[in-house]
Design a protein around this ligand. Structure first.
Ligand code: ZN
Length: 81
């Protein structure tokens, strides 16, 4: 089983940045509120400044997405030893 890390240079994700500050979820303007997979377009909201480090593990990728194997370092350390 080969898993790639969120931080590997050959993986591509896009941080969604709050622009209006009126989303009502507590995120400030310029603060990241979500992550999008650039291949299948799946998105997930993140909870706070450090949420992006583990939110990657819950991205609902399409079944054909080439980045389905990408997980966080946290996930690898915890479940893939
Ligand atoms: Zn994907």
């Amino acid at each position: 089983m080969s898993l790639r890390s969120f931080s590997d240079p050959d993986t591509e994700f896009e941080l969604l940045i709050s622009e209006a500050g009126d989303r009502g979820d507590g995120h400030q303007v310029g603060e990241p509120y979500g992550i999008r997979c650039v291949y299948c377009g799946a998105t997930i909201e993140i909870d706070g400044p450090d949420g992006h480090q583990t939110a990657i593990d819950d991205l609902p990728h399409a079944t054909t997405c080439p980045q389905r194997d990408v997980v966080s370092q946290y996930y690898r350390d915890r479940f893939v030893r």
